[in-house]
Design a protein around this ligand. Sequence first.
Ligand SMILES: [Fe+2]
Length: 483
Amino acid sequence: MLMAALALSATPTVAFAQQQPVVDLRGEKAPPAPGRPYAARNLPDRIILSPAADPTTGMAVSWRTDMATEGTVAELALLLPTPAFGQNAQQVLGQSVPTLSENGGALYHKVRFTGLQPDTAYAYRVKGSGGFSEWHQFRTAAANTDPFRFIYFGDTQNGILEIGSLAWRRALLMAGDPRLVLHAGDLVASRDNMVHDDEWGEWAASGGWAMAAIPQAPATGNHEYVDIPGPEGQENRQLGPHFPLMFALPENGAPGVEKTSYSFDYQGARIIVMDGTSALDLGTLPAQTAWLQAQLADAGSRWKIVLFHQPLFTCARPRDTKVLKDAWKQIFETNGVDLVLQGHDHCYARLTAEEGREAGNAARANGATQGPVYLVSVAGSKMYGLNDRALTQPDRVAEDSSMFQIVDVAPGKLSLRTYLNTGVLYDGFDLDKGADGRNHLTNVAAELPEVRHCSGPVQQVDGPMPAGRLGPDGLPCTADIKD
Ligand SMILES: [Fe+2]
């Protein structure tokens, strides 16, 4: 019965890759990848699970193979303990796109699984020219408000595999059974002196098989955009070609930004993903703002979590992101947004009161309810120094620190914990939602480490790092003061 539903609801489309134009993934000035370390093979790689718009009944998967692979074929079955579960598998077909990068030719494939049962374990595998991948398992969301957990990563961008994977893997080991992974954007750097395809290879390798088992929900950062000179040399910012190939996202976002804005509900939470770069640079702010309002208006009593890259309140830059702040801050406040997840600043800040830490603490002591909590984090190796405001405005900050978050969502309670990539708890709070829908914030009761600051000679904005400036671990500070 279930499998019949599956077969009927999937929309098979056989791909004829050779008839499609080849998407050029090569950077403008990037050197050739020595030895093609991330060349596509005859077995699938970069297998990434994405949430469907309704993850109680759908999931989607993208993967990559060599050019010899014919068609886009996945197999899907209910996961059963018997090794014979695959005998019930249904074939689900999708579409592929041929590409050319410094690592050679590759096909990117995408399949959408529809008609699934809520709160049910499935197994799937995907095909290359040499055969199928191993089976990967996922669980659909429950059609209720059962508690669940997700992981959050700020920018992974630099040192993606070398350093960022430390946060990824510690998070996986500590989170138990995370049901989603959210990303702030700037997954990669996409700059001309790097092979973009290597960076995406590193990104996929840092999470490995877990990316095929846990739906990934990324925002785009400014680094997912590339500047392609126009015919007269004018600057022309465009979404880089990898992002829409690497993910099979719901594409249900704001008009004109469907590839990079989307939303979905997961067991009592509405996750709304916005594209800050497009809003700031490509004229989609009005469309995204209207879409945001509509998403919040019919979110009901769900937790409202908004994810985008450029933070309203920055911890590293001289000025806040005024355009987004002017457009969205009041909407967040008046529509009961609980948590705003951001990146871009390569430092850590948890901000609960624009007026500052002391004012926020005093208001809480008087029983004040909590508006949106603004969080900025970073997972990769690039670090920025804290700005002046960061010393008094956010509740808790850090510089020179690779981190991740584990967030527990339950009816009436949302708990966020920030960990250093060593697994040490660095910050945390609980939001308790009252019957009136308003939150009360309680800081985590555990003893936390000292605030992580660089110290010693002061660095000037954009100046060289002064000799003797020390990071929080006694090694030279790496957090550059940002202009
Ligand atoms: Fe970044």
